[in-house]
Design a binder for this molecule. Structure first.
Ligand code: SF4
Length: 64
């Protein structure tokens, strides 16, 4: 799995960082999403896919 984001779409809701803090963080100034681990372990794949689905702005892309 490879995780990427288009940070220009992020509305800084923080949902992804709350639900999968191992993979998603937020910029300290503007709270824009940051990918902490671009290739997360298999144990995190379901959580990452759910975070991508729940992102209100479609910022998170996941490729297998
Ligand atoms: S859930 Fe989406 S909009 Fe919210 S912080 Fe994460 S990437 Fe940004």
């Amino acid at each position: 799995m490879r995780v990427t984001v288009d940070a220009s779409k992020c509305c800084s809701s923080g949902l992804c960082a709350l639900s999968v803090p191992e993979v998603f963080g937020q910029d300290e100034e503007e709270c824009v999403v940051q990918v902490l681990i671009a290739e997360p372990s298999a144990a995190l794949h379901d959580k990452v896919r759910a975070a991508a689905r729940r992102c209100p702005t479609g910022t998170i892309q996941v490729r297998d």
